[in-house]
Ligand binder design. Structure first.
Ligand code: T4K
Length: 379
């Protein structure tokens, strides 16, 4: 990585927890010489997360991608899994890695989340599960997807990679479906450098997941199922515990930047700023907007390129859509599916830097650059 790229403004600059606490926790790891495999800090972090989400079980894992694979394995899925194409490619890869067949379904362009009516149309006798994704931490109408699953006898699970700290009026994300999978990657609201968690209110599923993440061991020399190595180490858990100490602060920082972006960008014709007004509880981790070129005279790609020339690395998540990436693009079944809303959105959306890695001055600079680009184009 060049020094230039370090001085650029990134989407995904990590939030940092309580450094003193982290250092103290790391000292303890060395004193105990217990580095991994259900260590003290992993157990503490699991309890903290269970309390915070109000969920029965939190099973910490090494990352969300492997967490999703583990969840598919533990649910003994076989056949097709319905999911959006408008998601990070890890959602689809986890399904495909398990030799399940992804069935991509279009989205509601207002929320960027799966359209439940289209999900229902896609259910067949080969459907093994529905995988809802809470894109940008916006709950993907989990109650509706759960109801569909119940009516059709299909398990429902959620990719909650973006949604730690988010919730509906009544329930924190983490409590829906058979299970939910969070990402604690460096770029997330709550991070453990790399990491993730599977949460569930199903005792038997949690017990299965705990064995599976440790090679299937039920006790010393006693392997009872297929398993893998999906364990979280103690140093990662230390980071998580130090993040908890700063969670409210980070949320305030995110909300403050979101409000500035919203005020400034919503005023620009040709930009639709994606607000979180309809989300009961949000972590405000993603600053998302759409460009309508016919109104603004500027395309999304021109905007992203112009910002890049000014050291602002806006992202085009999730361009070009999973169905346009390999191996899905070459799969004739996938390629023939029409996903017009996903296609359109993929050409309009951009994400902007936020979090404690972007100061209010940085946010002001980003907004001013966008304002002047758009005013030049309409002058
Ligand atoms: N499901 C969904 C819906 C997801 O969005 C994701 C991951 C997953 C599942 C899988 O979760 P994990 O298996 O990762 O736990 C990034 C992240 O790598 C990925 O975790 C995330 N979603 C996705 C939305 O974004 P990239 O390819 O854009 O990451 P990268 O490494 O280019 O970093 C993004 C920006 O952040 C860069 O401009 C640099 C900056 N950065 C990154 C790191 C790692 C930093 O400033 N510091 C850092 O330490 O995918």
């Amino acid at each position: 990585m060049s020094t230039d790229s370090l001085s650029d403004l990134h989407v995904g600059r990590p939030n940092v927890g309580d450094r003193e606490l982290f250092d103290r926790l790391v000292d303890g790891i060395f004193e105990r010489r217990w580095f991994s495999n259900n260590g003290q800090l992993v157990q503490e972090l699991e309890e903290r997360i269970e309390d915070y989400l109000g969920v029965e079980h939190c099973v910490l894992v090494c990352n969300a991608t492997v967490g999703l694979q583990l969840a598919c394995e533990a649910l003994e899925l076989s056949g097709e899994v319905i999911l959006p194409s408008y998601t990070f490619v890890a959602s689809a890869h986890a399904v495909q890695w398990q030799k399940l067949r992804p069935v991509f379904v279009d989205i509601d362009p207002r929320t960027h989340n799966l359209d439940p009516a289209l999900v229902e149309e896609a259910i067949t006798e080969d459907t093994a599960a529905i995988l809802g994704v809470h894109v940008w931490g916006r709950p993907c109408v989990p109650e509706q997807l759960q109801k569909l699953g119940e009516e059709h006898g299909v398990p429902v699970m959620f990719d909650a990679a973006h949604a730690f700290g988010c919730g509906t009026e009544t329930t924190m994300i983490g409590n829906f479906g058979a299970c939910e999978v969070f990402s604690f990657h460096a770029t997330k609201f709550f991070n453990t450098f790399e990491g993730g968690a599977i949460t569930t209110n199903d005792d038997a599923l949690a017990a299965r997941l705990r064995k599976m993440k440790n090679f299937g061991f039920a006790g010393p020399d006693h392997v009872v199922s297929l398993g893998t190595n999906a364990k979280m180490s103690e140093i990662h858990a230390a980071m998580g515990l130090s993040m908890f100490a700063k969670l409210d602060e980070i949320l305030d920082v995110n909300r403050e930047r979101y409000e500035v972006y919203r005020r400034r960008l919503s005023a620009i014709p040709g930009i639709r700023f994606l607000d979180y007004d309809d989300v009961a509880r949000s972590n405000f981790q993603y600053i998302v907007a759409e460009v309508t070129e016919s109104e603004s005279g500027v395309s999304r790609d021109q905007l992203v390129s112009e910002l890049k020339d000014n050291g602002i690395l806006a992202r085009r998540y999730f361009y070009p859509g999973c169905h346009r990436m390999e191996p899905y693009a070459s799969d004739s079944n996938v390629a023939t599916k029409a996903l017009p809303r996903t296609e359109e959105l993929c050409h309009r959306v951009f994400n902007l830097p936020t979090g404690s890695g972007a100061s209010l001055e940085d946010v002001d600079r980003v907004c001013s650059r966008i304002e002047s680009l758009f005013s030049e184009s309409t002058a």
